[in-house]
Write a protein that binds this ligand. Structure first.
Ligand SMILES: Cc1cc2nc3c(=O)[nH]c(=O)nc-3n(C[C@H](O)[C@H](O)[C@H](O)COP(=O)(O)OP(=O)(O)OC[C@H]3O[C@@H](n4cnc5c(N)ncnc54)[C@H](O)[C@@H]3O)c2cc1C
Length: 477
C-alpha cells in the first residue's frame, strides 16, 4: 500500500522546507521526507547557522570588536574549551529546529523520517533502519537533497587532523595551528573564526585572490585585513601537491616545494550534489559528474513532473537562493500564478572578519562585458559611525553607468556589510540610479550613509573624466 500526495518533497533543508510550505499554503497535500533525525539540512546542522553563531562566539571570546578602541588589549580567555565555544551554537541550532518543526506543523505537512529513493518516475520508497519501507506516490516531486563537501581521493580525511567543513563542529579541541585549503566562502569564514580565537591560520588557495567572485578591491582589502587584524597568512596562486598525516600532524606541500605543518588541515575546495542512492536513474533524472541535477528555468529536471532546487542543482548553493528556487519550482509544478522566477538580483554575503557583500556587477565584470561604467567609493574612515565603532578599513563601492547613472552593482566590506548590501539590492531591483543615494536621507551616524558619499564620489569621478576628455576644469557635485 502506498500513500498518495500532490507533492512529495525529499530533503528538509531550506529548499525542502520552503517548497513544502509553499505548496501546502496553496492547499496541496504534501509529504516531506528527511533522513536526518532533525530538519534544517546543512543550513541548520552543519553550515550556515553553526558557522555564523561560532563567528559571533569567537568575536566575543576574543574581544576583537573592542580591540584597540579603548586602549585595552583583549586576549582570548586562555582556558576556553571547545565546549564553551560550541555552547551557544547548540542553543541556536535547537531553536532553529523548533521553528522549522512549527512551520511544518502549521502548514499541515505530513512528514516521514527515512532515506528516500525513487522506485519509478511516480513513486518513492522510504527506508529506515529497523522499520518496514514506506511507499509514497506523488503527482509531483521536489528533490531538495542538498550537497556535501567534496572529498577527493588524494586527501587523507580522518576527521581529526585532516577534516572537511562538516567535521569542524565535532573537533575535540581548538588546534594551535590550522591550514585551510581553499580561499572560497567556507574556507575564508572558518579561517577568520579560528584566527579570532588565537589559532595560527594559513590559507592556501590555487587562485591569485581570495573570494574570486568578489570585486578585486574588496578581495584585496579583505586579504590585508586578514593579515592586519587576525594575523592570517595567505599563500595565493599555490597548488597543493600532497597532504599527509605524520606523527599526528598534517603536512601540506605546495607547488614551490614548501611544506607547511599544522595540528589541523581543513580542506574546503568544493562540494558535490547529494544524489547517490536516490535512484534518479529509475525516474529518468540526469545528473552530472559531481552529482548535481540539471534543471530548466522552471526547475524541472529531465523528467518533467520531478523538480529540483537548492544545493542539489549547484551554483549558487546558498540557503537564501535555495529557498526561493524551491518556491518558484512549486509554483510551476502546480501552475500557481505566484512566483514565476527567482529574482535576478542575488546578494552574496560572506561572514568573514570583516564581513564582505556584493550585489550585481563588480567593476571587473562590467569591464569584461564592455559596458560603459564608472565607480564611486566611500571609506568608513570618513564616516562618523565607522570612526565610532573602529571600522575604518571598510568601504562602499558602487558601479554605475555614467551615461544614465543606472546602478550596475555594489560591494561593501566592513561590519554589517551583509545587511547594508540590501540597500543597493533594492535600488538595483527597481532599476534605479545612483540619484537615489544622492536624494535619500540616511540616519546619522550610520555606515549606510556611505552609499550617499560613494554616489557623490562617482559623480565627481565622472565629471573629472568628462572634463579631462574636454580639456576643462572639473566640477564638484
Ligand atoms: C560552512 C557553511 C556555511 C554556509 N554559510 C551560508 C551562509 O552564510 N548563507 C547562505 O545563504 N548559505 C550558506 N551556506 C550554504 C547553505 O547551507 C546551503 O546552500 C543550504 O543549506 C542548501 O539548502 P538545501 O535545502 O538545498 O540542502 P541541505 O540544506 O543540504 O538539505 C538537504 C537535506 O536533504 C536530506 N537528504 C539528503 N538525501 C536524502 C534522502 N535520500 N532522503 C531523505 N532526505 C535526504 C539531508 O539530510 C538534508 O537534511 C553554508 C554552507 C556551509 C557548509
Amino acid at each position: 500500500m502506498s500513500e498518495h500526495f500532490d507533492l512529495v518533497v525529499i530533503g528538509a533543508g531550506p529548499a525542502g522546507e520552503k517548497g513544502a510550505a509553499q505548496a501546502a499554503y496553496f492547499g496541496k497535500t504534501v509529504c516531506l521526507v528527511e533522513r536526518a533525525p532533525k530538519p534544517g539540512g546543512a543550513a541548520v546542522n552543519s553550515g550556515t547557522i553553526p558557522s555564523k553563531t561560532l563567528r559571533e562566539t569567537a568575536l566575543v571570546f576574543s574581544g576583537l570588536r573592542q580591540k584597540g578602541l579603548y586602549g585595552v588589549e583583549f586576549h582570548v580567555r586562555p582556558d576556553i574549551t571547545i565546549g564553551d565555544f560550541m555552547h551557544r551554537e547548540r542553543q541556536v541550532v535547537e531553536t532553529s529546529w523548533q521553528l522549522i518543526e512549527e512551520n511544518i506543523a502549521r502548514h499541515g505537512i505530513a512528514t516521514v523520517q527515512g532515506t528516500a529513493h525513487f522506485t519509478g518516475p511516480q513513486s518513492v520508497e522510504v527506508t529506515r533502519h529497523g522499520q518496514e519501507p514506506h511507499a509514497l506516490t506523488g503527482s509531483a516531486f521536489l528533490v531538495a537533497t542538498g550537497s556535501h563537501p567534496w572529498r577527493p581521493s588524494y586527501v587523507p580525511f580522518d576527521g581529526a587532523v585532516v577534516i572537511d567543513s562538516d567535521d569542524v563542529l565535532s573537533l575535540p579541541q581548538i588546534p594551535p595551528r590550522l591550514i585551510v585549503i581553499g580561499g572560497g566562502v567556507i574556507g575564508c569564514e572558518y579561517a577568520c573564526i579560528f584566527a579570532a580565537l588565537g589559532v595560527q591560520v594559513t590559507i592556501i588557495n590555487s587562485r591569485e585572490r581570495l573570494l574570486t567572485q568578489f570585486d578585486h578591491d574588496v578581495s584585496d582589502a579583505l586579504r590585508q585585513e586578514f593579515t592586519r587584524r587576525l594575523g592570517i597568512q595567505t599563500r595565493l596562486g599555490a597548488e597543493v601537491t600532497s597532504i599527509e598525516v605524520r606523527d599526528g600532524l598534517g603536512h601540506v606541500t605546495v607547488g614551490d616545494g614548501a611544506t607547511l605543518v599544522a595540528e589541523c588541515v581543513l580542506f574546503c575546495a568544493g562540494r558535490e550534489g547529494s544524489t547517490a542512492g536516490l535512484g534518479l536513474g529509475e525516474a529518468g533524472v540526469a545528473t552530472n559528474a559531481r552529482g548535481f541535477i540539471a534543471v530548466d528555468e522552471k526547475f524541472r529536471t529531465s523528467t518533467t513532473h520531478i523538480y529540483a532546487a537548492g544545493d542539489v542543482i549547484g551554483f549558487p548553493a546558498l540557503a537564501s537562493t535555495s529557498m526561493e528556487q524551491a518556491r518558484v519550482a512549486v509554483c510551476h509544478a502546480f501552475d500557481l500564478k505566484y512566483k514565476q522566477a527567482v529574482s535576478a538580483v542575488l546578494p552574496y554575503g560572506v561572514w568573514t572578519i570583516p564581513e564582505v557583500a556584493t550585489v550585481g556587477l563588480s567593476e571587473h565584470e562590467a569591464r569584461a562585458l564592455d559596458l560603459p561604467h564608472e565607480i564611486g567609493k566611500a571609506s568608513f574612515r570618513e564616516n562618523a559611525r565607522g570612526q565610532i565603532i573602529g571600522e575604518t578599513a571598510g568601504f562602499v563601492k558602487l558601479v554605475f553607468n555614467p551615461e544614465d547613472q543606472r546602478l550596475l552593482g555594489a560591494a561593501v566590506i566592513g561590519e554589517g556589510a551583509c545587511e547594508l548590501i540590501h540597500v543597493a539590492g533594492a535600488v538595483l531591483g527597481f532599476g534605479g540610479t545612483i540619484d537615489y543615494f544622492i536624494q535619500a536621507v540616511f540616519n546619522y551616524p550610520t555606515l549606510g550613509e556611505a552609499f550617499k558619499y560613494a554616489a557623490y564620489d562617482g559623480l565627481q569621478r565622472r565629471s573629472k573624466r568628462v572634463s579631462l576628455q574636454a580639456g576643462l576644469p572639473s566640477i564638484k557635485p
